[in-house]
Design a protein around this ligand. Structure first.
Ligand SMILES: C[S@@+](CC[C@H](N)C(=O)[O-])C[C@H]1O[C@@H](n2cnc3c(N)ncnc32)[C@H](O)[C@@H]1O
Length: 434
């Protein structure tokens, strides 16, 4: 394997050019930490595929690759373990009737400020949320219940078919999710929900005003406009599965994908679900704490490992990776186990990608090197060693600058992986003689 960063890569030039283009507004629909910059899928979907081809991502997150596939009129297959993220990406890739949304928006706004209406409205139950009073003011909780009930009534009383009603209710649920962090007491600037000193000071100065109805009405109008970009597109098939890319079977999609664009989780990186826990509680994707920890445990690269579950003999089939694992094991057995498990899990995902890809299909991976307990792990290189053993060949690799969005993530990384070093963009190809 010729693992050398290619500064002159023609693929880097293609990406740099795509970065100059304006990104579609729909990408701002909902926050998600660790989002891919849209220029990455855009550049390589345009370069490696044609209209009507199929793009895929087995770590589809909030749907950046899905959205770009749709905008460029490609079909898309995604898989994402986080139910809220897969829900959001399904909403983000649906073609809504904008006139209909605007009509609903008007009715919802009128009803939300009609107190006779809201007084007689049958509101639902407050969803389960650990420390609800800590995270939400009482009036915010009341307003959120009123919003949800109003949306349900307005959409349900329309003439739409039952299945379409559900799709429109989902749009409004996704908007509710998108405002949760801002109407909660948590500092919106922080990656993990927390009530910061800054927020306490502003609160003491009376500068914090939480108005869920106002935030919601503003958001539905703004986010409706984002869907304008889809209006004249050729309809394509966008399928996003809420599943586990390590252990699920993808035989149904054998030889059907032209291109993968993906950024896998980092080793022991940001606990994605913690960053989204308020939204997940509110939308009832987590109904108790057990569900929370069960989900955390099956995420690739997670650090939620109980002492009794640490396997001190776990290695990979690859001597170069094992050398690092052994080195780490001398310092900290938990970290060694996390790293070994990460590469074993990633091997299963690489096999799934190989199965799904057509011959000569490409995989574009964005990943960064990690430092764990001061030991550098060349994640991109190691994943390439695994890929080459599973029917891929390396086409090119280059370094990409870490963008601002990612920098905020860097500071949020936990003690196991203290910094993100360089971002690698790696291109593999499914070799013909496989
Ligand atoms: C770096 S993020 C991808 C972000 C995405 N590209 C975007 O723009 O939103 C990695 C994703 O992998 C997901 N993930 C972790 N383990 C998974 C698994 N076993 N199966 C499927 N998805 C998984 C995480 O929930 C997270 O959303």
């Amino acid at each position: 394997m010729n693992w050398k960063f290619n500064n002159e890569s023609k693929y880097k030039k293609v990406l740099d050019k795509a970065k100059e283009e304006k990104r579609a507004d729909i990408h701002s629909f909902h926050r998600y930490y660790g989002k891919l910059i849209p220029a990455i899928p855009r550049a390589y979907i345009e370069l490696f595929t044609k209209k009507g081809n199929t793009v895929a991502d087995l770590f589809s997150g909030s749907g950046t690759v899905a959205v770009e596939s749709k905008l460029l009129e490609r079909h898309f297959i995604g898989c994402e373990i986080n139910p809220l993220a897969s829900f959001i990406s399904n909403v983000k890739t649906h073609t809504y009737d904008i006139d209909l949304l605007n009509n609903f928006n008007k009715q919802i706004e009128i009803y939300l400020y009609d107190f006779e209406y809201t007084n007689r409205l049958k509101k639902g139950k407050v969803p389960f949320c650990v420390n609800l009073d800590h995270w939400f003011r009482k009036e915010v909780v009341d307003d959120l219940l009123i919003i949800k009930a109003t949306v349900n009534e307005v959409v349900s009383s329309s003439k739409l078919k039952k299945t379409d009603k559900q799709l429109y209710i989902e749009f409004y649920d996704a908007v509710i999710s998108s405002i949760i962090r801002n109407v909660s007491n948590a500092d919106p600037r922080h990656v993990f929900p927390g009530i910061s000193k800054r927020i306490r000071t502003l609160e003491a100065e009376g500068k914090i005003n939480k108005d869920a109805k106002k935030s919601f009405v503003h958001a539905i109008k703004k986010k409706t406009k984002y869907f304008a970009d889809y209006q004249n597109l050729e309809e394509t098939n966008i399928k996003i599965i809420n599943g586990d890319s390590v252990n699920d079977k993808f035989t149904k999609y054998k030889n059907s994908v032209d291109l993968f664009v993906t950024n896998p989780p980092y080793i022991s990186s940001v606990r994605y679900i913690e960053t989204m826990k308020l939204e997940m509680y509110w939308l009832e994707y987590l109904k108790n704490q057990t569900e929370y920890s069960n989900l955390a445990k099956i995420m690739v690269g997670n650090d939620k490992v109980a002492k009794k579950d640490i396997d001190n003999n776990l290695l990979t089939p690859y001597p170069e990776i094992n050398e690092k694992i052994q080195q780490l094991r001398e310092i900290d057995s938990k970290s060694a186990y996390i790293v070994a498990k990460y590469f074993n899990d990633m091997e299963k995902v690489i096999k799934n990608m190989h199965l799904m890809l057509k011959n000569n299909g490409k995989v574009v991976v964005k990943i960064s090197e990690s430092k764990i307990k001061k030991i550098k792990i060349d994640t991109g290189k190691f994943l390439t060693i695994i890929a080459e053993n599973n029917g891929f060949k390396l086409v090119d690799v280059f370094l990409d600058e870490i963008n601002e969005n990612r920098r905020s993530l860097t500071t949020a990384r936990n003690t196991y992986s203290d910094i993100i070093l360089n971002d690698n963009i790696i291109i593999w190809e499914k070799s013909e003689n496989e």
